[in-house]
Design a protein around this ligand. Structure first.
Ligand code: MN
Length: 389
């Protein structure tokens, strides 16, 4: 039985906090992908764009999907070492190739693929993230992972090293299966049951994608969020004469597919209040309250807790020494700040090294720095090569 893609939907948005959207997406039947870039300035956008561009036009076997991702990894790694402004850039990629009756999924990082079948939503990919590893090892619960201060630290990415391990998962498909590919800005803000509820109630996949991204923004929109949806099915005899219309190719930038104003579905009823300004006002009020709490906590830290340090992962993916407590207030105010960044990328550490170092044990700055120093002394090859500048 050969299945074809009968419907697609996609949406992406910068969110409520970030200045730019570093997610990228690809709809190029039979290949679909989401990538979530990271790196200074605009480097994240470059990395995610390079990842999805490498998959554009693919059609062959499942092998070629993983090979294309490995090729993209090499190009991103080289580009980041040739251009100082791109140093340290990386990206996740979660892609699917619809091949006969199989969904071939290839995956690196913490973006996700979900299978929605008969009203049930199931995550197909493993998160290559610090908290994902801790959950799989039974050291923290999924609920703890959701508010973990280092939930955004990923342990595998394209561009981090000369080679990359790509997870390939083959899912035998059934007619009416829907696959959801999304960045962590969606799955991190919206719970799995809520994702399923939104997908169930939407009348089309485009509507579902829009509503999913809107839900991420309503929950705080802490990150860029992107959703790509596709539904597979059997081409009926009646359709046989007129082949299913191939969906138009959509390729980056994700910014081009934002949710738009929240009122675009409202009818001609002028008396309907506009929800957007109310939400914005409430958001500002939350921000003010959070700032007051943040300042109070910062005062406490300054007064008595400034000597507390722990080892953590920096936003750029390196081992760093943090001052403060590994905690975040509900509105995202961090009770910690980075005081020293090492040249050791998290991605090159073994699982044991990572869990040993990033256990958030509190101590003096000297102890934290000493642990990193002894790791570098024992394994100098772990350090990232420095740029020529
Ligand atoms: Mn993200």
């Amino acid at each position: 039985m050969t299945l074809v893609v009968l419907e697609t939907g996609a949406c992406s948005d910068v969110g409520q906090i970030r200045q730019s959207n570093e997610d990228a997406l690809l709809l190029d039947d039979p290949v679909f992908a989401v990538a979530d870039g990271m790196g200074g300035a605009r480097a994240g956008e470059v990395a995610s764009a390079m990842a999805v561009a490498a998959l554009h036009g693919l059609s062959e076997s499942s092998q070629s999907l993983a090979e294309a991702i490995e090729g993209a990894n090499g190009r991103i790694f080289e580009a980041s070492h040739e251009d100082p402004s791109l140093l340290g850039m990386g990206t996740t990629v979660t892609a699917v190739l619809v091949h006969e009756s199989t969904l071939v999924i290839a995956h690196v990082g913490d973006s996700r693929a979900y299978l929605y079948r008969a009203g049930e939503l199931r995550q197909v990919t493993d998160d290559h993230s610090l908290v994902g590893e801790l959950v799989r090892r039974g050291e923290i619960t999924p609920a703890q992972a959701e508010r973990h201060p280092q939930r955004s630290v990923i342990t595998r990415a394209l561009g981090a090293d000369i080679g990359v391990e790509v997870d390939v998962i083959r899912v035998p498909a059934e007619p009416d299966d829907v696959l959801l590919l999304c960045s962590d800005g969606l799955s991190g803000m919206v719970s799995d049951p809520e994702l399923a509820r939104i997908m169930k109630s939407a009348k089309s996949l485009d509507e579902a994608a829009r509503e999913l991204v809107r839900a991420a923004n309503a929950a705080g929109g802490e990150d860029n969020s992107t959703a790509v949806l596709l539904r597979v099915g059997v081409r009926s005899e009646a359709d046989g004469a007129a082949p299913v219309e191939r969906a138009p190719v959509v390729i980056l930038p994700a910014t081009a597919l934002t949710v738009g104003p929240a009122d675009d579905q409202t009818g001609p009823d002028d008396s309907t209040p506009q929800p957007a300004p109310v939400r914005r006002g409430r958001f500002v009020m939350f921000a003010v309250v959070a700032c007051v709490i943040g300042i109070a906590c910062a005062g406490l830290l300054a007064a008595g807790l400034h000597w507390v340090h722990f080892i953590g992962a920096t936003p750029g993916g390196q081992l760093g020494v943090y001052q403060g407590l590994p905690l975040e207030l509900p509105n995202g105010i961090a009770l910690y700040r980075v005081v020293a960044i090492s040249s050791v990328p998290i991605a090159v550490l073994s699982v044991d090294q990572r869990t040993g170092l990033l256990n958030q044990q509190l101590g003096s700055r000297a102890r934290a720095q000493g642990e990193i120093d002894s790791l570098v002394t024992a394994s100098p090859w772990l350090q990232q090569p420095q740029g020529s500048g």
